[in-house]
Design a protein around this ligand. Structure first.
Ligand code: PMP
Length: 283
């Protein structure tokens, strides 16, 4: 079974897919990335993901000349060559290769585009299962709105959760408010069935799935409020769920050993997951 990846203009077999030791992504996390879900001919929110990639590139001043159209072409090629029917696409752009030196002033190097596709088991129609989460202090840098590969706090937080048998770590800011998950946006539903998620205030990533869920919810006459909420509000919420390109809508039924909705997956979480996939099929 072929497993090809794209690196800087060429397609390589899995074991030959190697990056130069002086790649600045490797040295400094000087790189940005995207993850996109693919399901039998449909890319979920492809354009939004690519637009965010270009925003991230702009935010850290990486001069990148490959067009959005070319990226799409390469991604489609990989999907076809690797015979993927369901899976994810990982796109990364690093600043490029240079002798190790913090500054990139006057470096004049070419950014390196890498694209990896992963085949996954299609679990879209599986029964929705609630997951456990833990909370941790948000100790990330002050620009979590930029999607860089510099993810060590997220990596440590996710690992801590997994070691405790939980699926996700939820970051809490110094004022006791929820920011987001280590690799997801977090939502609560209150007693009035209002769907609440933190606004795009610079403290979270502007999730593409978040945006789509908010759009589909509003189109279906559900109330969406973009406002920060505290850890206490979350623990006492009617429902809690997370969103991301790879986890879609995933209900959280236990946080820090406190059961949410008595540990049962709530109706609204199920409704929103169904809405998400139904609306994509209709596009
Ligand atoms: N926040 C963080 C920190 C993430 O890593 C992710 C997943 N990339 C998200 C939110 C969700 O974003 P998206 O819906 O675009 O996958």
């Amino acid at each position: 079974m072929p497993n090809l990846s794209y690196i800087d203009g060429n397609y390589y077999d899995y074991y030959d897919s190697k990056i130069h030791i002086n790649d600045r992504g490797y040295h400094f996390g000087d790189a940005v990335y995207e993850v996109i879900l693919y399901n039998q001919g449909v890319f979920y929110d492809f354009d939004d993901h690519i637009n965010r990639l270009f925003r991230s590139l702009h935010s850290i001043d990486i001069q990148f000349s490959i067009s959005k159209k070319t990226i799409k072409l390469i991604v489609k090629n990989l999907i076809r060559l690797n015979k993927i029917s369901f899976g994810s696409v990982y796109i990364q752009v690093s600043r490029g290769i240079a002798d190790r030196n913090h500054t990139f002033n006057n470096l004049n190097i070419k950014p390196i585009l890498t694209i990896i596709t992963s085949k996954k088991h299609n679990n879209i129609n599986n029964d929705i299962i609630g997951v456990k989460a833990i909370t941790v202090r948000d100790n990330r840098w002050a620009r979590p709105d930029i999607k860089t590969t510099q993810l060590l706090p997220n990596v440590l937080a996710k690992t801590k959760a997994n070691k405790q048998g939980a699926y996700e770590s939820i970051f809490i800011d110094d004022e006791g408010y929820v920011t987001e998950g280590s690799s997801s946006n977090i939502w609560i539903i209150n007693k009035d069935n209002e769907i609440i998620t933190r606004s795009i205030d610079g403290k979270i990533l502007s999730g593409i799935t978040r945006k789509t869920i908010a759009k589909f919810s509003k189109l279906n006459d559900l109330t969406v409020i973009e406002n920060k909420f505290s850890k206490d509000e979350m623990l006492n919420a009617k429902e809690v769920f997370l969103t991301s390109a790879s986890s879609f809508v995933t209900p959280i039924t236990e946080i820090d050993n406190v059961k949410i909705n008595e540990g049962v997956v709530g109706e609204m979480s199920i409704k929103l997951k169904t809405l998400y996939f139904k609306n994509f099929e209709n596009l």
